[in-house]
Design a protein around this ligand. Structure first.
Ligand SMILES: Cc1cc2nc3c(=O)[nH]c(=O)nc-3n(C[C@H](O)[C@H](O)[C@H](O)COP(=O)(O)OP(=O)(O)OC[C@H]3O[C@@H](n4cnc5c(N)ncnc54)[C@H](O)[C@@H]3O)c2cc1C
Length: 399
């Protein structure tokens, strides 16, 4: 029986673990390690600050899901990974040997890169963890009570999750109207992107034109090529001298690989993400795989201010399926499948409060044969329906 260790139990890790166990059954002991005991559906974090969701609406416990699938779940912080001796150590000093390792640990939020960016002791908000989103909601309530003011939403240099910034922006505009604060609350989008809806992807179909229309319609001011120098009380300073005042700001941080993965310098890039081949094997290790946000996915066209490539939930799960297939094939001595992440199809919904855009493409990255965008209120309802579908199925262990 092979020992298969999956690090991280979220979108990528859960998918990989369940698929591997389903195919290998008694041929493998599958163990998942995650520091959290619950799954959080990140795409719904955009609604938490506006009181539209709380934790119970967008999360479920991991242990029952894995137990049902005969997968061992260990809640602990992964302290170190030893690729030579094929072991992982957790913070309670437990040692986990493995035959095959799947790294699906996502990212660490790089708040330290810009003074004032960390919502815990800085001056702006973040929605990138549940607790941060709750804090962003408390600050939004104060902002409303104080009768509004300048709003800045954006994404700093090195950010990749641009979609969440745009969704929060359009949801904010919708909420300002609902609170009758839109006339006294000018909104500015400040981004590292070279142009509107570049998204870290060099654009996506007609996204730029559509967002341009939405920006004009809602009088949103745009500041591109923004390299953030520091954030102080009510003021953002960019390195080129631009100063942008705010009463409420939410900024998307850059990502780094998580500490125990970043420490593996022979298989990671300068930001600590795992460099993989088309089989999702880490450089030089045929028994170490990585998927989801934890992988290195370099930008094909560098931008003036660094913008990283987003690794979405759908993409993370599709990568995890290829990884699962390849782990199963390795155990059974069968042929591995190659699938470059950029060639995986794209499926995404950008919510805008009461409308949005459904986005699909044959390839996640260029070159693409098609990239279709369907704007309208049905996108909002599609996102609501997808949230329920995703949480219901994953809670049952269906990935
Ligand atoms: C606000 C927001 C909105 C988003 N909206 C969308 C959207 O609309 N559509 C979409 O497709 N994607 C969206 N995404 C992106 C999506 O959430 C990610 O693509 C997805 O979470 C990636 O999954 P993952 O499993 O690779 O990483 P993660 O979900 O980050 O999971 C990593 C796991 O590893 C665990 N871990 C990390 N380090 C350690 C350690 N040292 N010890 C133990 N455990 C550890 C973590 O606890 C976590 O459970 C959004 C993300 C955010 C933050």
């Amino acid at each position: 029986m092979k020992n298969i260790l999956v690090l991280g139990g979220s979108f990528a890790g859960m998918t990989a673990a369940i698929e591997i166990k389903q195919h290998l059954k008694d041929m493998a002991q599958v163990t998942v390690i995650d520091k959290r005991d619950e799954f959080i559906f990140n795409p719904s974090l955009i609604w938490v600050p506006f009181g539209l969701r709380d934790k119970k609406d967008i999360s479920f416990k991991l242990d029952p899901v894995f137990t049902k699938k005969n997968i061992t779940f260990k809640q602990a912080i992964i302290a170190s990974i030893d690729l030579k001796y094929q072991t992982v150590t957790t913070d309670d000093n437990q040692l986990f040997p493995y035959d095959y390792l799947v790294i699906a640990t996502g990212a660490k939020l790089n708040y330290a890169s810009i003074p004032g960016l960390d919502p815990a002791d800085g001056f702006c908000q973040s929605i990138f963890t549940y607790d941060d989103a709750v804090r962003a909601g408390d600050e939004f309530d104060k902002f409303v009570a104080n009768k509004g003011g300048e709003v800045v939403i954006g994404a700093v240099q090195g950010a990749s999750c641009f979609g969440a910034a745009y969704e929060f922006l359009f949801n904010m505009v919708y909420q300002l109207k609902k609170h009758k604060l839109d006339k006294v609350s000018p909104v500015t989008f400040v981004t590292a992107e070279p142009y509107l809806a570049h998204l870290g992807l060099g654009g996506f179909g007609m996204a730029t034109q559509m967002c341009n229309f939405m920006f004009k319609q809602s009088h949103i001011k745009l500041e591109c090529d923004s390299e953030f120098k520091k954030i102080t009380q009510n003021k953002i300073e960019l390195t080129d001298g631009r100063v942008i005042p705010f009463k409420y700001a939410m900024l998307t941080p850059g990502y780094l690989g998580v500490d125990p993965v970043r420490a593996l310098t022979d298989i990671t890039d300068s930001n600590g993400f795992v460099k993989i081949n088309d089989y999702y094997q880490a450089n030089g290790y045929t028994n170490v795989f990585a998927c989801g946000v934890a992988i290195s996915l370099p930008a094909s066209q560098p931008t003036k201010v660094p913008c990283a490539v987003p690794k979405t939930g759908y993409l993370s799960e599709e990568m995890a399926k290829v990884v699962a297939h390849n782990v199963v094939a390795s155990v059974k001595g069968e042929k591995l499948t190659a699938k470059n992440p950029g060639e995986i199809d794209a499926k995404c919904i950008m919510d805008a409060g009461n409308n949005g855009i459904i986005m699909t493409a044959d390839h996640f990255l260029e070159p693409r044969a098609h990239a279709w965008l369907i704007p309208g209120p049905e996108a909002h309802f599609a996102k609501l329906a997808f949230e329920k579908y995703f949480l219901t199925t994953h809670k049952m262990g269906i990935v």
